[in-house]
Design a binder for this molecule. Structure first.
Ligand SMILES: Nc1ncnc2c1ncn2[C@@H]1O[C@H](COP(=O)(O)OP(=O)(O)OP(=O)(O)O)[C@@H](O)[C@H]1O
Length: 341
């Protein structure tokens, strides 16, 4: 069955600056998201996750540029230069939930006013009464108590968790097919994080909305995502169904990330746990695999040839990886397990 793709990104490239100091933040990323699917995008700080998310939204800003590739939404290739088309798509087809609700909300505008504007942007003809009813309905959907009155409050009068709920309400207002949530709970305490994620999950499920969740937190990915994409130095180095990836990792970088999670003493607050070494600078990438210098399993080809992401379903792994030794790793592991299912 050919399931409906809400997003298809091919060979996307994004850079900041030009010339010798040019930062290649996204280096040929392919990404497919099906209707209702929840996909996690993980990777260390600076790996290009936000640059990828913002590129898809057409919000990379004046400092950067999408220098190659295509983006299709619901099967239709979009023109990132066409700001009119992009502003139609933003909110209606794809919504973004930011990390910091205070930065995303206008402090001197009521919550109801801002939500109303988000709705009216894609529905100019809505009556005042219908608009108010929709705002209340949305605030109730994200479990803001006393919604009829709280819509007149300002962002400062909401708690951090409530503000993030408001952003989620604004993101779902026009029933987009895809929500991109960039570290949506990083600024919140652990209990509130869990509540907000649970809410996002329930709302997405009830509307069959796809979610691309950008996060440092592997635990969140395990709980929330059907599929995981692991980004390293501007590339997707592993992509797999969550269950497969958490059971066995086809890329040594993913393995190192998960091993590090098991060492809470190495867990800096709100960040991915560190693994030895640092990623290469994105303006000065090495020849061969970008992870080679940190890889405990590197071999002969790694410092000479840049590995491409290859599918591994033929050897029983529901995913793929960009490592010269991934196929061998998967095969060896299967042999170790005596080909157990
Ligand atoms: N406005 C900018 N100008 C110049 N370089 C930038 C800009 N924004 C991002 N970069 C660079 O692009 C690369 C990717 O950054 P990006 O923010 O996408 O990483 P990230 O994986 O989202 O990191 P984090 O998890 O810390 O948010 C980094 O090298 C970063 O320094």
């Amino acid at each position: 069955m050919n399931e409906q793709l809400v997003l298809e990104v091919n060979d996307l490239r994004t850079q900041f600056g030009s010339g010798p100091g040019c930062v290649h933040a996204v280096r040929g990323v392919d990404l497919k998201i099906k209707k209702g699917e929840k996909v996690g995008l993980v990777g260390e700080s600076g790996s290009g996750k936000s640059a990828l998310a913002l590129s898809i939204m057409g919000l990379i800003g004046p400092a950067g540029q999408v220098s190659g590739g295509t983006i299709a939404i619901n099967g239709q290739v979009i023109d990132q230069q066409d700001e009119r088309q992009m502003s139609q798509i933003r909110g209606a087809n794809i919504s973004l939930v930011y990390q910091d609700p205070m930065a995303a909300l206008d402090p001197v505008w009521t919550i109801g006013g801002q939500m109303g504007e988000a709705i009216r942007r894609h529905n100019r003809r809505i009556s005042r009464a219908a608009l108010r009813a929709r705002i209340v309905e949305l605030l109730r959907a994200v479990e803001v108590p006393d919604a009829e009155h709280r819509l007149n409050s300002y962002p400062m009068q909401y708690s951090g968790g409530m503000r993030q709920r408001v952003l989620i309400a604004m993101a779902i207002a026009n029933e987009p097919e895809l929500i991109i949530a960039d570290e949506p709970t990083t600024a919140l305490d652990v209990t509130t994080q869990a509540q907000v994620l649970d809410l996002l999950q329930r709302l997405a499920d009830s509307h069959d909305t796809a979610v691309l969740l950008v996060t440092h937190n592997m635990g969140v990915v395990a709980q929330f995502c059907d599929r995981v994409m692991v980004m390293y130095a501007g590339r997707i180095v592993e992509e797999a169904e969550s269950r497969a990836l958490f059971a066995h990792q086809a890329h040594p970088y993913t393995e190192a990330l998960l091993k590090a999670v098991l060492h809470p003493d190495r867990l800096p607050e709100g960040r991915l746990p560190s693994i030895p070494g640092t990623p290469p600078p994105l303006h000065q990438l090495p020849v061969g695999c970008a992870f080679a210098a940190r890889c405990p399993q590197r071999g002969e080809p790694c410092t000479a040839l840049d590995p491409q992401l290859i599918e591994l379903s033929d050897v029983g792994y529901s995913g793929g990886a960009a490592c010269h030794f991934s196929r061998q790793r998967v095969v060896d592991r299967r042999t170790e397990r005596g080909n157990a299912p």
